[in-house]
Design a protein around this ligand. Structure first.
Ligand SMILES: [Zn+2]
Length: 565
């Protein structure tokens, strides 16, 4: 081909051989570039994709994605370079890259500086880019940028050169039309010759983006938990059959206005369950007001619950609504209801029966529509017999008792609860504590948890504060009061009884069962475990992770390892 070459292209060989390598095969809907399938894409369509990337991933992450996308096509072109110019010098074979970049409609390339020695790995290239399609698209949709913008193209140049040279070479844009320069100028040299080589390496890694997304995701989740930790249904960890059954029962009660009575030891989470019951029902968008009767100031119990009129007593300088009025339309949760005075008890009974009450010092009767959830860890029946609790009120609130089991009877939930509290306190204290040591876990399992979930919560909070980022919580730092590995001691309950624990015989039969199934090594055991958890969670990785007591990224990593995800 005897075309006259423009002056600025004189350093590259004739492009004719490359032109003929493009074949349009409309009959099959394929365009071929040598042996690779390519396609025509509107630059505006690419621009739109690029815009969406920036919008949803932010500048830094989008750069990475575009760079890796360009790199991929650069590598593909490098594979053809030698084939397309058989017998040519290294220099002429290398020129296939910049020339294809132009032929593919990406950018026009002029060589400024070019030193290459494939054997020693030496490379230095400087090029001027004109008509960069990426700069054009960036300017059109986003306007001038402060930084260079041709990231996909830089990825191409880097990928092509690295593949051709067989050493990592990175290009940088030192001038760019996207930031107001008259043309783009790029310089490339081996990765390790750049001062910021470590930073540049991250561009190659897809993981950095995925990792960031996962960590953002879990941050959002734990922030959500912080916003209303008491009323999210997901806030209940319910792997154990006891809790699963309880939640089912609560669902039935939720859509009636029946008064519910939460029973259970201290620290089992009665307020959390009350909040969930509220969220399950028709009043979910109305207020949930929680009051602990034991913490109300003495003498002010009635004023707090039912409100007060100005002048009713010294200090009552303005009229104000009580908790009942504030919960109007919604749910009032009265914790430690056994602490109410007899007088408050009779007022409470009246609201429950008539739906009306008077503020303290008021002559006007008010109507209120409130669902009551009460809670106590006291034996109300005994208090009734002792004359300390009104029998009629007891029967009125004991219509739908909900017994929340102590933690030691729902140990299946231990891992899930630990993950939940780790998330909460990592986010509260800006930390990244990654979990609990096996030894601590073993002690947790053997412990009888008199303070229940609240005690566990406190322990994990202390653990997060005492443990370094990325480390596991150690047994000795969080369990000073907990019996050590002495099995007998740890099995003693508060009442002096023994908590049943798996006998050695049972353990060995579990082991035998694994062996019988052909799960004789850790890998196949782990794989079977992951598979089972994933099936049980109907493919939901987050759920599967929870059931295995690991974080979602940890679980994803393992699933990937076994090709399960
Ligand atoms: Zn540019």
């Amino acid at each position: 081909m005897s075309q006259r070459k423009p002056d600025h292209e004189h350093q590259f060989p004739d492009i004719g051989d490359l032109r003929t390598s493009i074949r349009f095969d409309a009959g099959t809907g394929c365009i071929w570039l040598e042996q690779q399938r390519v396609m025509l894409l509107h630059t505006a369509a690419f621009g739109a994709l690029r815009d969406e990337l920036f919008e949803s991933l932010g500048t830094k992450n989008s750069w990475g994605v575009l760079f890796r996308m360009g790199r991929k096509s650069g590598i593909a072109d490098a594979h053809m370079a030698r084939r397309m110019r058989p017998g040519a010098s290294d220099e002429d074979a290398f020129a296939v890259g910049p020339q294809l970049h132009a032929l593919e409609g990406v950018v026009h390339v002029t060589q400024v500086k070019f030193e290459m020695d494939v054997d020693s790995g030496h490379y230095l290239g400087e090029y001027i880019w004109r008509n960069s399609f990426e700069a054009e698209q960036h300017l059109a949709s986003q306007g001038p940028s402060k930084e260079p913008v041709c990231w996909q193209q830089i990825g191409y140049a880097s990928g092509y050169t690295s593949e051709f040279m067989k050493v990592p070479v990175v290009f940088k844009e030192v001038e760019c039309v996207g930031k107001g320069d008259s043309h783009c100028r790029i310089i490339g040299k081996p990765l390790n010759e750049w001062d910021d080589a470590e930073e540049l390496k991250k561009l190659y890694s897809q993981d950095s983006l995925a990792e960031e997304l996962y960590s953002l995701q879990s941050e959002v989740q734990s922030l959500r938990g912080m916003i209303s930790p008491l009323v999210e249904i997901e806030s209940i960890v319910g792997q154990s059959p006891r809790i699963a059954a309880l939640l089912k029962m609560m669902e039935k009660a939720a859509n009636t206005d029946v008064t519910a009575l939460m029973l259970g030891e201290t620290g089992v989470g009665k307020e959390v369950f009350a909040g969930v019951l509220h969220k399950m029902g028709a009043r979910r968008d109305d207020p949930f007001v929680a009051v602990n009767c034991a913490t109300l100031p003495e003498g002010l119990v009635e004023a707090e619950l039912f409100g007060v009129e100005k002048g009713a007593f010294t200090g009552a300088e303005v009229s104000r609504a009580g908790r009942f009025e504030r919960a109007h339309g919604g749910t009032l949760f009265l914790d430690e209801i056994a602490e109410l005075t007899m007088e408050a008890q009779s007022k409470l009974l009246r609201v429950l029966q008539e739906g009306e009450f008077d503020r303290v010092g008021d002559t006007r009767t008010r109507k209120v529509d409130v669902r009551l959830i009460a809670a106590t860890n006291a034996d109300l029946g005994a208090l009734v017999r002792e004359g300390k609790f009104r029998a009629d009120l007891y029967y009125r609130i004991n219509i739908f008792p909900i017994e929340i089991p102590p933690l030691r009877e729902r140990m299946e939930d231990l891992p899930g609860l630990i993950i939940k509290f780790l998330d909460r306190f990592n986010s509260k204290y800006g930390r990244k504590v990654s979990g609990v040591m096996d030894k601590a876990m073993a002690r947790f399992r053997g412990y009888h948890w008199p303070g229940n979930v609240r005690e566990l919560e406190n322990i994990i909070e202390r653990g997060v504060i005492l443990t370094e980022d990325g480390e596991l919580i150690e047994a000795d730092s969080v369990c000073p009061g907990m019996p050590s590995d002495n099995v007998d001691e740890s099995r003693v309950t508060r009442t002096g009884g023994l908590v049943p624990t798996a006998a050695n015989g049972e353990q060995s039969s579990v082991f035998q069962a694994f062996v019988d199934q052909g799960l004789s090594d850790f890998d196949s055991f782990e794989k079977a475990l992951l598979q089972g958890a994933l099936e049980q969670a109907a493919g939901n990785v987050n759920k599967a992770a929870r059931s295995l007591g690991m974080s979602a990224p940890q679980c994803r990593y393992r699933l990937k390892k076994f090709g399960l995800n």
